[in-house]
Write a protein that binds this ligand. Structure first.
Ligand SMILES: Nc1nc2c(c(=O)[nH]1)N[C@H]1C(S)=C(S)[C@@H](COP(=O)(O)O)O[C@H]1N2
Ligand SMILES: [Mo]
Length: 329
């Protein structure tokens, strides 16, 4: 059987207990309101492969503490092992353990990103050039899948807003569309017949959602290069939306005037909408959205309440003023 990637000796991975000074984490979480920001990278250089350290200065422990809201829930970040071994990435299979087994087949270097549509600057960029202008930041976000499980994950990335501004979107740019790479020779899930999903995987955001400071283009995890199963070399994270909005291994970004297609809505419109905001009041036909199971919690641990907008309502509720969120789910 193919080796699981990344093959990082456990000794090279900073254990979360060390990575996060648990005591200041808890203290700061009570003091600070906001799940935002704050390590500054020396340069957004991306050498090497999955698991290699990023040129990134980790957050001071006190500001790490401020990254996740205090909510009375258990907000201890999940372990690296949990985050890289329990994945949804249907290009590599439908089971949670398939991506960890199969994702090493994807070659993430060289990689290029095409930017197109309603913008003054468009074109195709090598990944290194694409990322060069930006500083990396660390963000610890709650992550909730529509399947009613959740994690807390320390991502490293670039705010999508600063990334997109460089392309000078025009006034017609009302949405941003994203596409995953289509490479059936390296992605066994794309080669299976009948198709599991209409490929390539697609996602979209309204432009104001894309420009919200919480929205992140992710290149790393726990201060290291993003492992393939988590969406290397570049994936989206929109922490107030269900996990499926977090499209992986992006090769195309397009500014559009009309609402773009998103894959899960296309596949099963009765279950998945365009907005996909985490909302405990809007049930899914197969999974309760009122509660969630935190991955790694002890077996008989109670499920925890799912928070409106995944706990980020202060920062994003304004985006949806006046919208019927039962209709626009
Ligand atoms: N290209 C692609 N992106 C994807 C998916 C996928 O199957 N293909 N699954 C989505 C779903 S349903 C979830 S929950 C998250 C999982 O991200 P993680 O494996 O890093 O936790 O990725 C999202 N992005
Ligand atoms: Mo998901």
């Amino acid at each position: 059987m193919a080796p699981r990637i990344p093959r990082i000796p456990p000794s090279q991975i900073t254990p979360p207990e060390v990575y996060f000074n648990r005591r200041s984490f808890l203290a700061g979480a009570m003091a600070a309101g906001v799940g935002m920001s704050i390590g500054v990278a020396r340069a957004a250089v991306l050498p090497g492969q999955a698991g290699a350290p990023l040129a990134f200065t980790p957050n001071p422990r006190e500001s790490v503490a401020a990254l996740v809201h205090a909510s009375g829930q258990d907000e201890k970040p999940n372990t690296y092992e949990e985050i890289i071994n329990y994945n949804n990435y249907y290009e590599f299979g439908v089971d949670k353990t398939d991506p960890a087994v199969n994702a090493h087949q994807l070659q993430t270097r060289p990689w290029s990103i095409a930017v197109a549509g309603e913008a003054e600057v468009t074109g195709t960029f090598h990944l290194e050039d694409f990322l060069k202008p930006y500083a990396l930041e660390e963000r610890i976000y709650r992550f909730r899948c529509v399947e009613a499980w959740s994690m807390v994950i320390p991502w490293v990335g670039i705010p999508l807003a600063s990334m997109l501004q460089r392309f000078k979107p025009t006034s017609k740019a009302k949405y941003v569309a994203f596409e995953t790479v289509y490479r059936p020779a390296q992605m066994p899930g794309q080669a299976s017949w009948p198709p599991i999903l209409p490929w390539p995987y697609r996602e979209g955001l309204r432009i104001d959602e894309a420009m919200n400071p919480l929205t992140l283009m992710v290149v790393g995890l726990y201060g290291r290069q993003l492992p393939n199963q988590n969406g290397a070399p570049l994936r989206l994270i929109v922490p107030w939306k269900y996990g499926f909005k977090g499209i992986k291994s992006i090769v195309k970004i397009r500014f559009t005037e009309i609402q773009p297609v998103n894959t899960w809505n296309q596949a099963t419109p009765s279950e998945y909408g365009f907005y996909a905001n985490v909302n405990p009041e809007v049930p899914h036909p197969r999974w309760s959205q009122a509660t969630e199971r935190r991955i790694g919690a002890p077996l008989f641990h109670e499920r925890q309440a799912t928070l409106m907008f995944n706990g980020y309502a202060d920062q994003v509720a304004d985006l949806y003023r006046g919208m019927d969120l039962h209709r626009y789910y």
